[in-house]
Design a protein around this ligand. Sequence first.
Ligand SMILES: [Zn+2]
Length: 324
Amino acid sequence: MTEIAPGVHRLEFIIGAKPMAMHLLNGDRVTLIDTGLPDTPEHVHLPALRELGRAPEDVSLALITHADADHIGGNAALRRLFPNALLACHARDARWCSDPEAITAERYDAYFADHGIRYEPAVFDMLASWMGPATPMDLLLTGGEQVRLRDDDWLTVVNLPGHTLGHIGLYNPRHRYAIVADAVFGRTQIDVAGAPTAPPPYIDIAAYRATIETLRALDIELLLTCHYPVMRGDEIAVFLDASEAFVNDAEAVTLRILREAGGPLTLAAAIDRAAPLLGPFGFAEDLKFAMLPHLELAEARGLAARSACDGKVAWAWTGGSVDR
Ligand SMILES: [Zn+2]
């Protein structure tokens, strides 16, 4: 455990080969940022509280940054271990944050009916093991709320959508840091050795671009994510530039593969063609998250027409000008 900023403790651990960091705010009350996996409250948060001389009853708030298995999995355990803690998330992510069945069907398995893309059972098993029982939220946020740490030290809830529609982070203007969880991904997700794993999984291009701009506009010298090393100073701008460059490249690659396909492309075929151009990735299948909105954007711009191919949605280049 490291006190990375005044009252902010970074709790790092590893899930398989995936680096993970939870954040704990030790103030007049204790606030947890995300609940992690089902065993995280007991195995990560509880020992940290003990080390800080705080009681489980001191935890008054758990802010869920966004709906993903590795950020909501400890919700039920949190209720049990920290009975005074309110569970909070953005209103737009509340359904998925509360209900493992809903997030599995509507986020992780949302690409089968139209696109024939579905994780192997082992991946679903892994995701299921990362989540506990359904647990309702107590408090829904919309961004702009302020949370007092101690004295006159406040953090502001910042909307950082793109990865999910209700992704939030926390900004501390006084100590110039932001806790942004999985709001931005550079050019790739990484394992503990820094090797590329899955591609940036944004689901809304315009929102993700706006989030990069939001983060650029914050006056920070410390950027805290959940799956990347701590970033300071110039490293922050480099990472945000890389995040934007990936989106620009994905947009250009989408148009190129549509143009070169000579016929309709399904989402799966688009991923096969785009992955080597945008990667390398250890788990290219997760390009489904970003490639679908990129194909839909090409369609919205009139550069691709939607059709069907073997019962799956497909897009074909319309020969339009890419300058449009
Ligand atoms: Zn995550």
